[in-house]
Design a protein around this ligand. Sequence first.
Ligand SMILES: Nc1nc2c(ncn2[C@@H]2O[C@H](COP(=O)(O)OP(=O)(O)OP(=O)(O)O)[C@@H](O)[C@H]2O)c(=O)[nH]1
Ligand SMILES: [Mg+2]
Length: 233
Amino acid sequence: MIFLMASIVNFSQSYTFFCIYANILVILRRELCEMIRTATYIISSPDVKDCPKTGKPEYAFIGRSNVGKSSLINMLCHNPKLAKTSQKPGKTLLINHFLINDEWYLVDLPGYGFAQTGLKQREALRKMIERYCLLREEMVCLFVLVDCRHEPQKIDLEFMAWLGENGVPFAIVFTKGDKLGKVRLKENVEAYKNRLLEEWEELPPVFVTSSETGFGGEELTSYIEELDESIKS
Ligand SMILES: Nc1nc2c(ncn2[C@@H]2O[C@H](COP(=O)(O)OP(=O)(O)OP(=O)(O)O)[C@@H](O)[C@H]2O)c(=O)[nH]1
Ligand SMILES: [Mg+2]
């Protein structure tokens, strides 16, 4: 009887230790994987001249309307309500700053090329985007988002060419990766890279993501953290 009770006490102690150990591992893993610990909306600005002078590095997301810029920011920050998203294109119309870990900013830009907006508004948005790209000193890298389902679109290729001509550093992020099977996704990304290599000598960094499943989020955050470290040193 005494032996049985001792075994039970022993087992419950081991079990408690096991639970504590497992919890510590979970917390450590989260700390390592989730490099974005805090994300706070700061301000929306109608023009680059109105953006806050933060002196902190920022990383901006651009691309066609509805490509998934705001959703990607929410996915990276583990907060579906941080940036406003919509099924309809043309949701983000201002330059939105989000402070990450009190150290750097993610910037959600309006989309380009939404045909339904009037010519006047489209022109105003184009100006807003171009002025941000050319004049924002804090911007370290622009992430150009491309829907992985589509063939290379003229508007995106022209925009990337314009970035190249103006020496704006950029990377490409394929979005909505969950909407294609593995094989098709790989084929589309390869086809896109090959199309770019017709004009570019070297490819920019390329990421494949899904805001629906979280796929590619860690790679993208790691890249931003790497850039952030490299400009500090
Ligand atoms: N399945 C799937 N849907 C996505 C993904 N990313 C975005 N969406 C959907 O695409 C639509 C547009 O997403 P937004 O994040 O608002 O797109 P946006 O590029 O910010 O659009 P604008 O602000 O209008 O320029 C929404 O209905 C999202 O739920 C994704 O990775 N997978
Ligand atoms: Mg948006």
